[in-house]
Design a protein around this ligand. Sequence first.
Ligand code: FMN
Length: 356
Amino acid sequence: MMKLAGYSLAVSFAPISSNVVKSNKRFTVGISHRNRCSYRLFSTHAQKHQLHEKPGVVARYHLPPWFSVAPMMDWTDHHYRTLARLISKHAWLYTEMLAAETIVHQKDNLDRFLAYSPDQHPIVLQIGGSNIENLAKATELANAYCYDEINLNCGCPSPKVAGHGCFGVSLMLNPKFVAEAMSAIAASTNVPVSVKCRIGVDDHDSYNELCDFIYQVSSLSPTKHFIIHSRKALLNGISPAENRSIPPLKYEYFYGLLRDFPDLRFTINGGITSVDEVSAAREAGAHGVMVGRAAYNNPWQILGHVDAAIYGTPSCDLTRRQVLERYLVYGDSVLGKYGHRPTLRDIVKQWSAMFL
Ligand SMILES: Cc1cc2nc3c(=O)[nH]c(=O)nc-3n(C[C@H](O)[C@H](O)[C@H](O)COP(=O)(O)O)c2cc1C
């Protein structure tokens, strides 16, 4: 199986896969013949209907990750991603971070954590952890779900995560370990792998230290794509939310990486709140732009413009009302799917943001 370094306009038909590739100017072009992928569906009425029409065939088209929605714990869950995909066909969607240990220990209950509906492609699974064996095993277990990329979290400053040693952003202090972990992850999957990190941690915040991290990870492992949350993390007791606003954004570090590592691909993240800013970052050379809070808090205004402004394709042809009606159909189909979850509250929490 050929490992893809880049992304492409891919059309795959399961169970027999073949990808057709079109060039794009910033992400490497490649051709892949994916393994047979046994989709594990988080099925809804609509999807059952769709699959019934074309038995055994799942079509996948995706353009490169010029725009992506950031992984956000408790936010970018299956429900949010369903809503997001109704609005943008091409935005890449990241899952919430899933600890490798959760995947490994819940191996008999994986659908609950890993299943998603096929229309959520392109979708990236973000995993977290510091045990290489578990990271590799978790990746292997996730293979059956056909994520489009596996991403390792090297940016989370939460004391629950970073405080217990090498996990989340603490991993940035040990680039050799990250390279080893990324090699193990890459060896356990056939899809591209990536790292999401900050620009530094505490006093380890010089541009040279960031370059050293990128250099070691990219030269000692197959990682060629880095998502750079362009502020450092402070592990001195401020909350995760404060860690997303107190350390200043230093986009100059990001653009320095673009200049100094021309063979790698970089996605900029942090503080981007409009599609005009996304376009500006792309015009300045960013291979990809990742938006977090703005895409969650204002999905209609942000995601509603992505397909046309960033991908040059027609925008969503649904009205806001039609999006909400379809989302309602989805909500009805999944309510209580796992015993008492999801609850009505889980499902409707996305709604109010749709009226901004
Ligand atoms: C509620 C919340 C949860 C988050 N959870 C994660 C996570 O699971 N993994 C991760 O890498 N980053 C996480 N982040 C950070 C975002 O992915 C992103 O890097 C950060 O919000 C900066 O981007 P923004 O300014 O566009 O929001 C989280 C952010 C928020 C607001």
